[in-house]
Design a protein around this ligand. Structure first.
Ligand SMILES: C[S@@+](CC[C@H](N)C(=O)[O-])C[C@H]1O[C@@H](n2cnc3c(N)ncnc32)[C@H](O)[C@@H]1O
Length: 353
């Protein structure tokens, strides 16, 4: 990071006094000085032993158990630097080829970039830059969003006039991607946290998009649902974020093994409740940024067992791996994050409302 090591050490030692652990000052000083003298290891150079030691045992064992052929690479990618990826706003550019147009703008600013492999509106920067340095960012020409997250739009098969629910929407990355991908839809963006929901509003305003915002727990239908069914639902469920550890390394420390079971129960509950709000013939896309099948395929499997009207709507895509219940994306070096998508269709024909 940009702070020189001696300054960071000094500040941390001083902070010990404020934390009321003054007696640990010499110990903190000694440990940090030793660490700062060690050579930095880039993720690409680290041995498997070093990588494995950087994860709590339970994450390492869970990944190993679930992905016996890929676990080492998954852990390695979790320690690597993620790329900065953009989503070009196709509604913004005065061009038939908005992505090429934006690439040209980046080239003018001497920002090196390339097109993403799977998202038609994705651009990956060779080196991250502050968003303020991105051409026409404030005006809404582009947004920062990983390629895996951008893939939700095509899965929804949106059409003009559709009534769409984005059920766990904040900070609105996918809400905005959906609205950019199809004009003339009516989108409700719902989130349980008011402070996070405010971010959706900020993003909508910058991109000049419209949605109805609601703050409520999604599973409490009586709090927010007016009884009118949705054509499409995106459930980007709260999860362990175990597939995006490279962007949130604190997960290794903060997430506990017991959280996964509790999250899985919430995910199934959200899916079960929201299913009632989907029209017959409608499509629900279930997404997480988890690498654990317990939060992904198992949720879909459990749900299908209890819901006669639900059928798996297979995702044929060149990305990720088919799990039998959806597609798992693994974090890629210089590519997309880890992610999971499953798609469900509600049996029956359209009902007049
Ligand atoms: C994975 S994040 C969503 C990211 C968002 N879809 C995007 O693309 O920017 C999950 C969100 O679910 C919200 N959440 C958690 N529990 C919820 C619940 N019971 N009902 C609705 N939202 C919930 C969290 O506040 C969080 O914003």
């Amino acid at each position: 990071m940009r702070t020189p090591a001696h300054a960071a050490i000094n500040e941390t030692v001083q902070a010990a006094a404020e934390l009321g652990i003054e007696h640990f000052k010499p110990l903190i000083n000694a440990v940090l000085r030793k660490i700062s003298a060690l050579p930095a290891i880039e993720a690409g150079e680290a041995t498997n032993e070093i990588i494995n030691a950087s994860y709590p045992e339970w994450i390492k064992e869970k990944v190993k158990h679930n992905w016996p052929e890929k676990w080492q690479d998954i852990l390695r990618q979790g320690n690597a630097r993620p790329p900065m990826t953009l989503r070009v706003n196709r509604q913004f550019a005065e061009s038939d080829e908005p992505r090429q147009h934006y690439l040209d703008l980046l080239t003018e600013q001497e920002i090196e970039a390339q097109t993403c492999a799977f998202s038609s509106f994705g651009i990956q920067l060779l080196k991250p830059v502050p968003v303020a340095a991105l051409p026409k960012f404030r005006e809404g020409a582009a947004s920062v969003q990983d390629e895996a997250a951008q893939l939700c739009c095509d899965l929804l098969e949106l059409e003009e006039g559709h009534k769409v629910l984005d059920a766990c929407a904040a900070p609105g990355g996918k809400t905005c991607a959906i609205l950019e991908s199809q004009t003339g839809i009516h989108l409700t963006a719902l989130d349980s946290e008011a402070s996070r929901a405010a971010k959706i509003d900020e993003n909508l305003k910058r991109l000049n998009l419209q949605a109805e915002l609601k703050v409520s727990r999604a599973e409490e239908l009586e709090q927010w649902w007016d009884g009118k069914h949705f054509d499409r639902i995106l459930l980007d469920a709260p999860c362990s974020a175990s597939a995006v550890i490279r962007r949130h390394p604190d997960i290794k420390l903060l997430r506990k093994e017991g959280d996964i079971k509790a999250l899985a129960e919430l995910q199934l509950q959200l899916l079960t409740s929201l299913w009632k709000t989907l029209k017959p013939g409608g499509i629900l896309v279930y997404a997480t940024c988890s690498i654990f099948p317990q939060e992904n395929s198992r949720i879909i499997e459990r749900f299908l067992r209890q819901q006669d009207q639900a059928e798996l709507f297979k995702i044929d895509a060149p990305w990720g791996q088919d799990t039998g219940f959806g597609r798992q994306l693994f974090p890629q070096e210089n590519g997309h994050d880890g992610f999971f998508y499953a798609r469900l269709k509600k049996r029956g024909s359209e009902i007049p409302e």
